[in-house]
Design a protein around this ligand. Sequence first.
Ligand code: IPM
Ligand code: MG
Length: 370
Amino acid sequence: MVAASEAPLRLLVLAGDGIGPEVTEQALRVVESFAPHLGRPLEISHGLVGGASIEACDEAVSDAVVAQANGSDAVLFGAVGGERWDARPVGRRPESGIIRLRRDLDLFANLRPAVAYPELASASALRPELVDGLDIVVVRELTSGVYFGQPRGQETTADGARRAFDTQAYTDAEIVRVCRAAFQLALSRSRRVCSVDKANVMETGRLWRAVATEVGREFPDVELIHMYADNCAMQLIRQPKQFDVIVTDNLFGDVLSDAAAMLTGSLGMAPSASLGLPRPDGTTLGLYEPIHGSAPDISGQGVANPLAAILSFAMCLEHSFGRPDLAARLGAAVRGALSQGFRTPDIMSPGGRRVGTTEMTDAVLSALAA
Ligand code: IPM
Ligand code: MG
C-alpha cells in the first residue's frame, strides 16, 4: 500500500484552443519546476477540450475526459473557442466543454481575484490612485443560474415572431454553499463580503439576498453588505478599493469579474479557480483557468501573456495541492519578473522590456531560482 503522502498528485491538463496551448505549455514549465518540492509525486496527463475535442470526437468534451477530470486532484485549463466553430449552435460550441466540466465536476465556487500590481498601475484605464493596492476577489456561482436553468430555447410563435428564452433559477442550497465559500475566503482577508443581486426586480435576487443574509449570521466577524448588480458595476469603476470579496450569481459574476479584472490593467494577468466541496479525504478538486479566453487574434504569434496561466497554477498550489507557501513563492516570482521590467505586449508601457510568451516565463523561472 502506498502511504497517503506518497500518493501521486494527479494533474489533468486541458489546453484547448487559441492561445490556450501556448500559455498552458509555459505554465507547465513552471509546474515542472515545482514538482520536486510538492512532497508528493506529480502525475501529469493531457486531454482534449473545446474545438480541439470537437475536431477529434465531435463533442466539446468527452465522457472519458470528464471522468479523468473527476479522478484528478486538479485540472489546468487553457482556453476554448475560435472562429472555426462560431457558427455552431450554443450547446455544440467549444464553450460547452468548459460549461459541462463545471457542472459535472460540481465546481460551484469560482474565485476570480483582481490584484493590481504596482508595476502595472499605468496599464489600468483608471487613474493609478484608484487602483493602487487593489486586491479584490469576485466569487462567482458557477453551476447554476441562467447558464443552466430550464426551460431554455428558441421558437417561432403563432404569429411568426422568433422568440428565445432562458431561465434564471436558484435553490437556497446553491446560494448557501457559494456564500459560505465567500465568507470563508473573507475570513482570511479583510473580512468584508458584498453580496450582489437584483433583488429589486428578480425573484432569484430576492432569494439570493435573503439566503446571503442568513449565511452571514454564521459569520459574525465578517461584515456583509448587499448591492444591486448595476450599482456594483458602477462602484467597481468609481471606487474599486471599497470591495474585498464580492459574491454573486453566475451571470452577474461573469460580467463583473471581467470588469474587475480589467481594472488591474490586463485580462492577461487574471487567473481563476473553480472549486468544488472538499472531498472525503480533505482535498478539493479545482479547475484552474486564465480568464482571458482563447484570443484567436494573437494566437500562434508567441506574444500571449502567460502570467494568468502561471498565476492560475499558483491558485492550484494553494487550493488543490495544499501548498499556500509555494503559491506565495510563485506570486512573488511573478512580481519579480514584472519589477524587472518584463512586459508582454498586452501590458507594455514606456520603458518596459517587451518580451513574448516564452521569455516572460523564463523571467518567472529565473525569479524563482533567485
Ligand atoms: C468565462 C467565460 C465563459 C463563461 C465562456 C467561455 C463560456 O466568459 O469563464 O467567464 O461565460 O462563463
Ligand atoms: Mg466571462
